[in-house]
Design a protein around this ligand. Structure first.
Ligand SMILES: *Cc1c(COP(=O)(O)O)cnc(C)c1O
Length: 495
């Protein structure tokens, strides 16, 4: 079978193998790596329905990461999806309120980013070996809360890597901060900055593109890489759980072989739903891809009008991981619906950079028929948590609640009763205050006390990710000015 080759969404010249795309993260022209073709699953859905999560992961990932050997890929998968997940199923399905919730939050940081960030370190160190990289890989990340912890947990104690996370000292929740500053692992470094998330992000980008620093690092035996959500090493592992969900429904007799299912995805950067789109391209019978936004409804407007316009107020919501006005991964969809046309994509992205907006053609818009956009207001999000809890006892987090609301709206709108999978992207214990506030009231000041109350109410145990940090010692207490970020990096690397 032909190797899958990756090129940039913005230029056709550079062609790299999967492992090199994983190492680089982003193409040098600022574009995202995209596959030159998307292979069809080469096992039947019936066959896959007999496999466990790890075996399913291999069947999907081998088709897109073609330059990894079977042995390499299986090594990565087995080290990623093991006992750090609190269930052997890895991504269990729970039926509630007429839909199937695909729980993607059973990993170490109880949010769906674990699904990809548990395997990325292995994909990356394997790629480094394959490409004769001798340097240690230094992951540099700016975080507004969730990604930082998931990346820390993924890279902690992985040989050949170091990870440095910058977060806004006064801009994350108490539990989020506690999760990060208690991180174990001698190769981890967590630094608060006196600035907001944008300052952290801009500072990190500057370090990434500083040629002098890169040369100094190389001399000292280091090179930077990125763990953010545009890396194909994060995208490909996310295709797996859609195939897994479908084949579980098949194995359980909930659908017949070949039946279409709909999927609903609470969306921010467009990575998770893009993975579902790729799953469909690989032959998974998916009907509608339902894209759920919170009040930052740029994507809803885009699917309505074909016009992407970020010129609007940024709204802080109770689903902060979806508070995004530039959905980076949408660029891959734009590239594909333009007919894999890098020139066209580059123009749209230039418009976006210069004016904050772009309009796609009618021909491109016609290729979006499989997508349905919806959104939930803050009140609707709360109501979705409450009504599902009241009618079934099942507790969902605020992000999943956005999807739940949009699903109900979709059904009302279309009378489509296709079996539906809702991506459940975080444990309710990650957003305890908002969740408890929705189903009852959240009065305690201490977030851990709220977790106790939620556990009692929902009849659930507090996840290890929360209980283990309750009394954990702080290991990282460095806070620096934005101007001193480079110094902090060098300090950690003893340069
Ligand atoms: C990151 C995140 C999302 C958004 O996922 P995208 O792939 O960026 O669209 C939704 N919910 C939670 C809890 C997240 O952490």
């Amino acid at each position: 079978m032909a190797d899958v080759i990756y090129s940039s969404t913005r230029g056709a010249d550079l062609k790299v193998k999967a492992s090199e795309a994983v190492l680089r993260g982003l193409a040098p022209d600022g574009g995202l790596f995209v596959p030159d073709h998307i292979p069809h699953l080469d096992k039947t859905l019936k066959e896959i329905s007999q496999m466990n999560y790890q075996q399913t992961a291999y069947e999907v990932m081998k088709l897109l990461l073609t330059d990894y050997t079977e042995e390499e890929l299986k090594y990565c998968i087995e080290h990623a999806y093991d006992s750090k997940f609190d269930t052997d199923e890895i991504a269990p399905l729970t039926e509630a309120g007429g839909a199937y919730y695909l729980e993607l939050y059973h990993g170490r940081t109880i949010a769906f980013k674990d699904m990809a960030l548990s395997i990325l370190p292995y994909l990356m160190t394997t790629a480094a070996k394959k490409n004769n990289v001798k340097n240690e890989i230094v992951i540099l990340t700016a975080t507004s809360g969730d990604t930082g912890k998931a990346a820390l947990a993924g890279f902690a104690d992985v040989p050949g890597t170091r990870i440095i996370v910058f977060y806004p000292k006064h801009g994350v929740s108490p539990i989020q901060e506690k999760q990060m500053v208690t991180q174990q692992g001698d190769n981890t470094c967590v630094i608060g900055i006196e600035g907001n998330f944008d300052d952290a992000q801009t500072g990190v980008k500057k370090l990434f593109t500083d040629d002098n620093l890169a040369a100094e690092m190389d001399k000292a035996g280091f090179q930077f890489s990125s763990a953010n959500s545009i890396n194909i090493g994060r995208l490909v592992p996310q295709i797996v759980y859609y195939v897994y969900a479908y084949t579980r429904l098949l194995a359980g007799g909930r659908i017949a072989d070949g039946d279409a299912i709909n999927v609903v995805v609470p969306t921010g950067n467009f990575g998770n739903i893009l993975a579902a789109y790729y799953a469909k391209k690989m032959g998974l019978p998916i009907g509608k891809l339902i894209c759920a936004s919170n009040s930052n409804k740029v994507l809803y407007d885009f699917f309505q009008t074909g016009s992407y316009d970020r010129n609007r107020d940024f709204v802080l919501t109770s689903s902060p991981s979806m508070d995004i006005l530039i959905s980076s991964n949408l660029e891959r969809l734009i590239y594909h619906i333009a007919g894999d046309d890098a020139g066209a994509d580059a123009k749209y992205m230039q418009n976006l950079a210069q004016t904050g907006k772009y309009d796609i053609t009618d021909e491109m818009k016609a290729k979006l028929v499989d997508f349905y956009g919806g959104f939930a207001s803050e009140d609707e999000t709360k109501e979705a948590i409450k009504s599902l809890y009241d009618s079934t006892g099942y507790v969902i987090d605020t992000h999943t609640a956005v999807a739940s609301h949009v699903y109900n709206q979709y059904k009302k709108d279309t009378n489509d009763n296709t079996v539906t999978v809702i991506a459940s992207t975080a444990s309710p214990f990650k957003f305890t205050r908002a969740v408890l506030g929705a189903i009852d009231k959240a009065e305690a000041e201490d977030d851990f006390e709220l977790a106790d109350q939620l556990a009692a109410k929902a009849g659930l145990e507090i996840p290890e990710a929360v209980s283990s940090i309750r009394n954990a010692p702080v290991r990282h207490d460095t806070v620096v000015e934005v101007a001193d970020m480079e110094k902090a990096v060098k300090n950690f690397l003893n340069m």
